[in-house]
Design a protein around this ligand. Structure first.
Ligand code: BGC
Ligand code: ZN
Length: 369
């Protein structure tokens, strides 16, 4: 089969001939790849800062954002059947019997770093024609989300992030619970960044009822700002207003959902997080920037105003279920806008341009069939 892979030892990105996987074990399914999303992580793996092949292989097949169709099922598969559309999760548990998270299907909280991740860490990814995995790692997708469901995985980052925020806000018993109202009703969210993680996160904040603001780099007007306005959120460029001015514009910032990756903007905005606010970090910067910050002032505010700072990585099964449900909601509310988040569908032959060329558009997808 054709597969897009990196060979870290040679610092190469290439098309490889990858063996057709076989089901071995009753609870596995075999999936034919339809779409694979390209993300910042894939592009970083192509700069060889991380990304490791499985033991015994010199290459790693890329791709962790996939939509596929079930073509074969093992004897003990119960939830899925041939023909179903499915999205796979990314992370697989470690084998340590003392790792509580991994033993409880919560490998996103693995305690020892020995987890693996498809297309990222020690297991091949989905940028190939077929793949096999255990049924439990898949979420079924309704047929009418065929064109959108490749965005499920990046949306799970926001799903888990908001689940964390709500868990923290249980500390305010009246928050998130007004009957008949979505959980963010009456609250204000700032999303940092207008890449796919930011835009999907902003959509999630809007349907959750938050008054939503996106703070990003490019000056408006630009296509991402237009998309943000279409969903009823407000867009501000960091070149037009400072974080202080942003806070004046917004009012008390109850939630920041960081999706810029860089620490500079993130820490600037952390300093204007509102009273009792929650800051959710999702970016994984390369260790380059060192900042000078007003650390005493920030620490005082964290204490005196009950600020909560939460990091979140990867996602669990529930986050995938929620992402599929929310994609359906996005489609209902903003059918054209959500389609527009996918900036292009390309052939596997375009992989080089997509992975190491100039970064363009929002979410680019390789269509395999
Ligand atoms: C993926 C996550 C993964 C993380 C760290 C992200 O791009 O969406 O699933 O856990 O990279 O490897
Ligand atoms: Zn990704």
């Amino acid at each position: 089969m054709k597969a897009v892979a990196v060979v870290p030892a040679k610092k190469e990105l290439r098309l490889v001939d990858h063996p057709m996987p076989q089901i071995n074990g009753g609870n596995q399914i075999k999936v034919q790849t339809l779409d694979v999303g390209i993300c910042g992580t894939d592009r970083e793996i192509c700069t060889f800062v991380y990304g490791s092949p499985p033991e015994g292989d010199d290459y790693l097949v890329l791709g962790h954002e996939s939509l596929g169709r079930v073509v074969e099922v093992g004897d003990s598969v119960t939830r899925l059947k041939i023909g179903d559309l499915v999205v796979p999760s990314v992370r697989r548990p470690c084998s340590d019997p003392n790792c509580n998270p991994c033993c409880n299907d919560k490998q996103d909280y693995c305690i020892n770093g020995q987890f693996t991740e498809r297309g990222i860490k020690e297991v091949h990814g989905f940028m190939t024609e077929y793949y096999v995995d255990d049924e439990k790692y898949f979420t079924r997708v309704p047929e009418d989300l065929r064109e959108l469901a490749v965005m499920a995985e990046p949306l799970t980052i926001a799903e888990k992030g908001l689940a964390q925020a709500y868990a923290v806000q249980q500390r305010l018993p009246w928050a998130c619970t007004e009957p008949g109202k979505p959980k963010g009703h009456g609250l204000r969210a700032v999303v940092l960044g207008a890449g796919p993680i930011g835009i999907l996160g902003a959509m999630k904040c809007v349907i959750e009822g938050f008054d939503t603001y996106v703070y990003s780099r490019s000056k408006a007007p630009n296509p991402k700002a237009a998309l943000v306005e279409q969903i009823g959120a407000k867009y501000f460029s960091k070149y037009d207003i400072s974080p202080q001015e942003l806070a004046e514009e917004v009012g008390n910032i109850d939630l920041v959902y960081e999706a810029v990756g860089g620490s500079e903007v993130a820490f600037d905005v952390l300093q204007v997080l509102g009273t009792n606010g929650i800051f959710v970090f999702t970016g994984i910067p390369a260790p380059e920037t060192r900042l000078e910050i007003d650390s005493d002032i920030l620490m005082r505010r964290i204490v005196l105003e009950n600020l909560a700072i939460v990091g979140t990585v990867n996602a669990d099964r529930q986050a995938f279920e929620d992402a599929i449900a929310d994609l359906a909601e996005f489609k209902k509310r903003w059918p054209e806008t959500i389609k527009g988040v996918i900036s292009g569908r390309f052939s596997v032959d375009d992989h080089e341009e997509l992975l190491v060329g100039k970064s363009q558009g929002i979410k680019n997808v390789i269509a395999f069939s």
